[in-house]
Design a protein around this ligand. Sequence first.
Ligand code: SAH
Length: 198
Amino acid sequence: MDLYISKPLYDFFERLDRAYFIEGESKAYAKHDVALSIGYGATISQPTLVLQMTQLLELGKKHNVLEIGTGSGYQTAFLAEFGGEVYSVELIEALSVKARERIENLGYKNAMFKVGDGTQGWKEYAPYDRIIVTAGGSQVPPMLVEQLSPGGRMVIPVGPRISQQMLLIEKDERGHVKQYSLGEVRFVELKGKYGWES
Ligand code: SAH
């Protein structure tokens, strides 16, 4: 993936302290452009990927956004800054609780958090104009495609555990779905019903 990153997005990246989202030994490496362990087998994504995925979403304040894999909440901050209402699902409760605290302390009031299996989406607030999945699954979870609005976009890494393709999925106004492969990436496993076995 080689993408132009908009100035407002890049400026926000420069303002947001990534170290704030990390605890323990990894914190010292916050400024490096690498994924870092945040415990529980999860990682805080590589900043380059956070920027690229956020750019691909083409977020606006009118957009209802679904995020799968809250993790540290770092990506969530970008979604809350540039999107409308943000709904973020995380499998591991301890991560979700901390991420919520961080996002609330930053002053965002437009993010909601849920503990559960994100491969089934979050039906209550569907459909979503934008969906972002920050863990790698073996397939595109069908319920996420269902919960995507007409005219909506989803970014999701899909492929074998070792490396995935970043997919951009677009649903047109008539509900037809198109999929584009944007290059190789590496994420931790997406678990759950439509992910890898836990
Ligand atoms: N965007 C996060 C990335 C966290 S790593 C950040 O930058 O911090 C991916 C996260 O996906 C992990 O926290 C993992 O627990 C979570 N995850 C894996 N499978 C999931 C599922 N089915 N539903 C919700 N979260 C899931």
